[in-house]
Design a protein around this ligand. Structure first.
Ligand code: GLA
Length: 366
């Protein structure tokens, strides 16, 4: 007896990037982990000719092919790029904080893509799922992001970081188990909202592309003689942008080696240098992110840095488990002293990527 799948539940995680920031669109390497916070999409076939998307109190509904504005575009964008013209009822729930730089939009796209793939039997590979989610965000929604978030949300694995190489599209798992050394990774959400459709991210990208054009390469991470390249870049701002990209690419390699050697002190120091480079050369940090890093280091953390695109969002902190309370209190105190609203604290054990959780079918009558 054949079963026709009528309803699927699929989920996908938010992410934090351990290191390798603003390297995806520069053809470099990034090292994200999946978060335990996930977005879940329950997707059912409908018979009313409409696509209806619900999330909490919000509902968007349109005839198949209609284009939403706002949050539902991340869902309908996935259907659009996959060429799906079926009426569907989609219900979203999520505990990935929104606007926190933890890739809530990628978690949404990837949960929907994994769900419709299973519901409609599309048989998509992980590469195809990832590519569809990237296109939904960059082409349909129009956020000029670089692919890190969707790739992380699809390829993440429990207990592992995933080394993404945007030069050749390859991925490799890298064991990431700070608990084995008595450490833990904390996420601090500054609650300063950030948006990639805003100009800062696009401006950084444009600076990097300008540098690559001057240097005659397709992407900045193709440059091998970085010292000569920096001399050749005469515009001071563009030179600083390139210097971040070159130094960050170097740090990714050193960080992977440090993890391999179990040298957590070095891994922490590299996270902190990454933050300094993003703050001073790439100029995508903000006072709240800097305050998290400073307070965490003063309270004894091994390393700390902003994660994601910047201009708000979240920071990550590598710290001995016995100092977690001290770090969180120090960060809270710094925010209170500045008159800022309290940040949110999350734990970040590396968690699994997009997956189908349940499917229900009915017998097909032939
Ligand atoms: C955002 C973007 C990613 C990546 C990071 C910075 O999260 O969506 O593509 O560029 O910023 O590393």
């Amino acid at each position: 007896m054949m079963l026709r799948v009528n309803e699927v539940v699929a989920s996908a995680p938010g992410r934090v990037n351990l290191i390798g920031e603003h390297l995806d669109y520069n053809g470099g390497r990034c090292l994200p982990i999946g978060l335990p916070q996930r977005t879940t999409a329950r997707i059912a076939r409908a018979s009313d000719g409409r696509v209806t998307v619900r999330s909490g109190d919000l509902t968007w509904s349109g005839v198949v092919g209609e284009r939403p504005d706002g949050w539902a575009a991340y869902v309908v964008g996935v259907l659009d790029v996959l060429g799906i013209h079926e009426p569907l009822d989609i219900t979203i729930s999520s505990n990935v904080p929104l606007g926190a730089g933890l890739s809530s939009s990628a978690a949404l796209e990837c949960s929907v893509a994994a769900g419709v793939d299973a519901l409609l039997g599309l048989g998509l590979s992980r590469e195809e799922l990832t590519a569809a989610c990237i296109r939904a965000e960059t082409e349909y929604v129009g956020a000029p992001t670089g692919g890190l978030d969707q790739t992380a949300s699809v390829y993440a694995e429990a207990g592992q970081a995933v080394l993404l190489d945007f030069a050749d599209g390859s991925h490799a798992q890298v064991a990431f188990d700070p608990e084995s050394a008595g450490l833990t990774l904390l996420v601090v959400d500054t609650r300063v909202a950030h948006e990639h459709v805003d100009g800062g991210y696009a401006a950084r990208r444009a600076d990097c592309e300008a540098a690559a054009r001057t240097l005659g390469v397709g992407h900045l991470c193709e440059v091998t003689d970085t010292a000569s390249a920096l001399t050749a870049l005469t515009d001071e701002r563009i030179r600083r942008r390139a210097r971040h990209v070159f130094s960050e690419q170097q740090r990714v390699g050193e960080f992977v080696t440090a993890l391999d050697l179990g040298d957590w002190a070095e891994a922490g120091a590299l996270m902190t240098s990454s933050h300094e480079s993003l703050r001073d050369d790439f100029e995508v940090s903000c006072p709240e992110l800097d305050a998290v890093v400073e307070a965490a280091l003063e309270a004894g953390a091994l390393g700390a840095r902003m994660t994601g695109g910047g201009f708000g969002g979240s920071a990550i902190v590598l710290v001995d488990v016995t100092l977690v309370g001290d770090v969180r209190s120090a960060v809270d105190a710094a925010f209170a002293a500045n008159g800022w609203g309290a940040p949110a604290h999350l734990d970040a054990p590396p968690s699994a990527g997009a997956a189908v959780e349940a499917a229900q079918g009915a017998p097909v009558v032939t």
